[in-house]
Design a binder for this molecule. Structure first.
Ligand SMILES: C[S@@+](CC[C@H](N)C(=O)[O-])C[C@H]1O[C@@H](n2cnc3c(N)ncnc32)[C@H](O)[C@@H]1O
Ligand code: SF4
Length: 393
């Protein structure tokens, strides 16, 4: 199904099958749903609202993975009440947000996860889910997930059995693979996420062999030095390891023509706002331009990692300010948008860009600039633009 959200420059064209969207200058003839523009645009340099929202429903989790950027655990905060979550969903729906990716923590730790996600669906939001696939009541969760019928369920597979269980805990691999198979058999559209480190980077072909019968997409990306990920920094890949992993992984597309194989390098380019499609907008990274993140207290951030990186990236909360006001008026958000544009421009001018760049990572640069962790993924001699004048430490 195709959804078209009207914008001053044309609109957003969203495909519910692969959850991808483009900024286009006119409405194609074959769209199924049109989200009408009901008021004049407040600004013409950005779309009227986020297209996609990443929503951290809870910080609580049944696991305690070694690298978790959220630092989730069984005693982490559960988050907002059902009513509060539904109020936020009402606002996302009235702002014409097309797609919400529900994540955590582990959202199935919340007794009301099904109720909240069903509510979002009733509000005509396209929904997808990130989960670890390790459930005490596996049958019940799979049955509810089938009933919910999200556009996509992403399950984390962080290596072969040995490496996944090292990072995520004993037997978590066996449980996650079993859930993946059962969800796929139930007709749920599934995808896997793999956080790459020095430990598991050579497991990629094995992971693809194992999961490819059950998924539409496999998605590989690098570990961020955020939350508990900071303690695992010794496992971060080097520039060359990451580049080689991207090259070798994307070469596997030929062997698996029916499987969407994504590696970080590709996905960030696809997430960038492309000037040629909507000429009034400048080239930019998606965070704060087409996507935004809500944390488990209703706080708004440019992206999910930033919540655990630097408080200065906090944009406000949805109980004291509307999403529309944060989106259009927040000065920190504009500062960050400008920084993302400057970072992208610097990378586009770099001779490694499109040659041997393993993929621009703003989170790595923020980690570098705010708490001094080296950005392994940039070898350019030209310094990156500075986001905030002073580091936090
Ligand atoms: C925080 S988890 C929440 C969803 C669910 N609990 C899970 O593990 O899939 C969302 C995604 O972030 C990934 N992740 C966790 N720590 C990370 C880190 N330090 N860097 C990059 N991704 C990370 C997880 O592997 C998962 O794919
Ligand atoms: S990565 Fe996911 S499963 Fe692991 S501790 Fe974090 S939230 Fe839980």
């Amino acid at each position: 199904m195709k959804i078209f959200r009207e914008e001053h420059f044309g609109g957003i064209l969203y495909n519910t099958k692969n959850l991808r969207f483009n900024l286009v200058t006119s409405k194609p003839g074959d769209v199924d749903i049109v989200l009408k523009q009901t008021k004049p645009p407040v600004r013409i340099d950005i779309p009227s609202a986020p297209v996609r929202v990443y929503f951290e429903l809870t910080r609580r989790c049944n696991l305690g993975c070694k690298h978790c950027f959220v630092s989730s655990s069984p005693i982490a905060p559960m988050g907002l009440t059902t009513d509060e979550l539904e109020r936020i969903i009402d606002e996302l729906s009235s702002s014409r947000v097309i797609d919400v990716r529900f994540t955590g923590g582990e959202l199935t730790s919340r007794p009301d996860w099904f109720e909240v996600l069903s509510y979002a669906k009733r509000k005509r939001i396209q929904i997808s889910v990130n989960t670890n696939g390790v459930y005490e009541k596996q049958n019940e969760i799979i049955t509810k997930m089938k009933e919910l019928d999200p556009n996509q369920v992403t399950i984390s597979i962080d290596g072969n059995k040995e490496h996944h269980n090292f990072m995520r805990g004993p037997h978590s691999y066996e449980s996650a693979i079993d859930t993946l198979k059962k969800m796929s058999l139930a007709g749920i559209t599934t995808r896997t996420n793999t956080v790459l480190t020095k430990l598991n980077v050579h497991d990629i072909p094995q992971i693809i062999e194992e999961v490819s019968p059950y998924v539409d997409e496999v998605n590989f990306f690098h570990m961020r030095p955020v939350g508990r990920g900071v303690n695992q920094n010794r496992l971060s890949m080097t520039y060359d390891e990451h580049f080689e992993s991207a090259r070798d992984t994307l070469a596997l597309r030929e062997k698996h023509p029916d499987l969407s194989i994504m590696h970080f390098e590709q996905s960030y380019r696809e997430r960038a706002v492309n000037k040629s499609e909507a000429s009034v907008l400048e080239d930019s990274l998606s965070h704060g331009t087409t996507t935004i993140n809500i944390d488990c207290s209703g706080g708004v951030w440019p992206n999910g990692y930033n919540v655990y990186q630097d408080r200065r990236m906090y944009l406000g909360d949805l109980f004291t300010e509307s999403l529309e006001s944060i989106w259009n008026n927040n000065r920190t958000l504009d500062l960050i948008r400008d920084w993302f544009k400057a970072v992208l421009k610097k990378c586009q001018g770099c001779e490694e860009y499109l040659q041997k760049c393993p993929g621009l990572s703003p989170e790595m640069e923020i980690a570098n600039q705010t708490y001094g962790v080296k950005n392994n993924f940039c070898i350019s001699e030209t310094p990156m633009p500075i986001l905030f004048e002073k580091s936090v430490k």
